[in-house]
Design a protein around this ligand. Structure first.
Ligand code: ZN
Length: 501
């Protein structure tokens, strides 16, 4: 099957300074084989050619959302005014964690897949927080993405440290009987986690546009053995590693309390600080941390929506970029970002960095955010030679936007318009791996209307059957987490003599 996208305004990508020119894009199979000018003659060679008239369209590579937790789908918009560690106890309670069927996992992931696709996301880097430690959640997620036609880079999030060992002070704050209950909860064995990774990788990696990558949940949540095992697997197979690092001040305190080092320096000592590492968030960094990250040429995902919602701080994006760190854009999970619409994250990133410094040369521009959501996001999962641009030979992940939308008038600079003037309704068509998955804002892969009822029902059942139990579990630990939070947030951190955020 070949597709000719005819006579559109096609992007010419140039880091930080993108432009558009009228022309065609030709797709054969899952690859782009031509871009620019009139490609009608070349296209005529294909018998099964589909032509899309793009006269009124902008033609661009699909967005890559570099950080998501689709498993939070049924809690979208449920929480407010909670910092990360307290919020975590609600969404991932130590007691009362919900058990779900394969179909419920599937529907929850499908909800996020549909919102993503409809906002122009063609690849989702999804960190499935897999509480049960079984294959079902990731298997159902990959199946949902495949069915929706979305490219999925998926981790089964790994951790093997106990609850009390993952948070500072908590082990000393909780009563003895609660500590015994927390310690008695089965912390997944590191070997079992690697085995699960191998099982999922064998089933999905490289098939149906899916990749299975390594996802230690956070350094403080993993044993040294698990982290070292992840480091050697990453090196042996050239696989990316996505890990939450220094999202909050509490985590900065954790580094000092648990390791006597910042978490960046700890990761370096574990052999993980390489160009294959992506640190999600990366807010509470020392100057030395930023230099270390730059030397390693590692990546970070910038998730402004979640950072704002959870009061985590402002990631020092400009300073990381200056040091050579690759910065990708993510929404983050839909219980903190509260949307999988990448346009919303785009706008937040394009606005947020204009506060905090009066030096406007250091502000982050709309064009830089565009790079974060395309080429840099691809790079953060080591896929920059496959997706993120419309060049010949790249995988055919292409979106079309309606340039007649009122918000695009006048169309002086479509990238600035995406940041400041239009919303994701402008995305009309989406092609993933050469397959048309959305046409005139209608998904061609799944029946959205049929799914709407089933997803709504499953979400309501989750709210009714699971949320009260989860809240109860969270309430048990809440007084001690509040004390922990107060201690951590008021503490002077010796490792951070000149911390800037
Ligand atoms: Zn996350």
């Amino acid at each position: 099957m070949a597709i000719l996208i005819k006579n559109g305004l096609v992007i010419n990508q140039k880091t930080g300074a993108h432009s558009f020119a009228r022309g065609d894009v030709l797709i054969d199979g899952d690859r782009i084989i031509g871009k620019g000018g009139d490609l009608s003659a070349r296209a005529a060679a294909f018998q099964d050619l589909q032509v899309i008239d793009a006269t009124d369209k902008l033609v661009m590579p699909g967005f890559i959302d570099a950080h998501m937790h689709s498993n939070e789908g049924f809690e979208m918009g449920r929480y407010d005014n909670l910092p990360l560690e307290i919020w975590l106890s609600e969404v991932y309670p130590p007691f009362g964690s919900p058990a779900m069927s394969w179909r419920e996992h599937y529907l929850r992931a499908m909800l996020v897949a549909i919102i993503s696709l409809r906002s122009g996301v063609t690849t989702l880097q999804d960190d499935v927080i897999n509480i049960s430690g079984t294959p079902e959640a990731v298997d159902a997620t990959a199946t949902a993405f495949r069915d929706a036609g979305l490219r999925g880079w998926i981790t089964a999030s790994m951790w093997d440290e106990s609850y009390c060992n993952s948070l500072p002070f908590v082990g000393d704050l909780v009563p003895a009987d609660m500590k015994a209950r927390l310690d008695a909860m089965p912390a997944p064995d590191w070997k079992a986690q690697i085995e699960l990774f191998e099982e999922l990788s064998g089933k999905w990696h490289g098939k149906d546009n899916m990749r299975i990558i390594l996802g230690p949940c956070g350094p403080q949540r993993c044993s040294e053995k698990l982290l070292q095992e992840v480091a050697s697997l990453s090196e042996a197979r050239d696989l990316p590693v996505h890990c939450h690092v220094l999202e909050t001040k509490t985590q900065a305190v954790t580094g000092e309390e648990k390791y006597g080092r910042t978490l960046v320096q700890f990761l370096k000592d574990m052999g993980l600080m390489t160009h294959r590492l992506t640190m999600n968030h990366a807010i509470w960094l020392t100057d030395e941390d930023i230099a270390t990250m730059g030397e390693a040429r590692c990546s970070t995902t910038h998730n402004p929506l979640a950072n704002l919602k959870l009061g985590s701080g402002v990631s020092p994006v400009r300073r990381m970029m200056n040091a050579g760190v690759n910065v990708a854009l993510g929404c983050d999970g839909v219980a903190s970002a509260d949307t999988a619409d990448i346009f919303v994250a785009f706008k937040a990133a394009a606005g947020l960095h204009k506060i905090g410094t009066f030096d406007y040369n250091d502000w982050i521009s709309a064009h830089e955010v565009y790079d974060m959501a395309t080429t840099s996001a691809a790079r953060s999962s080591l896929m920059e030679k496959e997706v993120g641009t419309l060049e010949e030979g790249m995988l055919a992940d292409v979106i079309l936007m309606d340039k007649t939308d009122w918000g695009f008038m006048p169309l002086h600079d479509p990238i600035k318009k995406i940041a400041f003037s239009v919303n994701s309704d402008v995305v009309t068509h989406s092609i993933v791996g050469g397959k048309l998955v959305m046409e005139d804002r209608k998904l061609t892969t799944v029946n959205e209307n049929d799914l709407r009822g089933e997803i709504a029902e499953a979400a309501a059942k989750f709210e009714r059957d699971h949320c009260p139990e989860m809240s109860k579990g969270a309430a048990e630990v809440r007084p001690y987490l509040d004390q922990m939070y107060d201690t951590a947030t008021t503490r002077e951190i010796g490792l951070y003599p000149r911390v800037k955020v």
